[in-house]
Write a protein that binds this ligand. Structure first.
Ligand SMILES: [Zn+2]
Length: 94
């Protein structure tokens, strides 16, 4: 079973994959409509908004917390090599 390299979600069903493509290492929540992966900044922005809304905190706090959440999910659930690949992709996108 794979886990999403961006959010750490276990991908147990083909429906969890972007465009039902099981060769992908990230889940549909971390993909754009066209199946490409969202960048860290895009995810960060999303999680920030969600967190601010759900916990009724101001944006600066939400942003900080979202960063920790995202960092944690990319380092605890994954093997080092995957993280390195992920960070490599992030840099390539910039
Ligand atoms: Zn994900």
């Amino acid at each position: 079973m794979k886990m999403c390299i961006a959010c750490g979600m276990p991908m147990t069903a083909i429906a969890d994959y972007p465009l039902l493509d099981m060769s992908k290492n990230y889940c549909k929540h971390c993909a754009h409509k066209d199946g490409t992966m969202k960048t860290f900044d895009e995810k960060w922005h999303e999680v920030t908004l969600q967190y601010a809304q759900n916990h009724n905190v101001d944006n600066a706090v939400a942003k900080q917390t979202a960063y920790i959440i995202l960092k944690k999910s990319t380092t605890t659930c994954l093997e080092t090599q995957v993280v390195v690949d992920f960070l490599g992709n992030q840099n390539a996108l910039r």
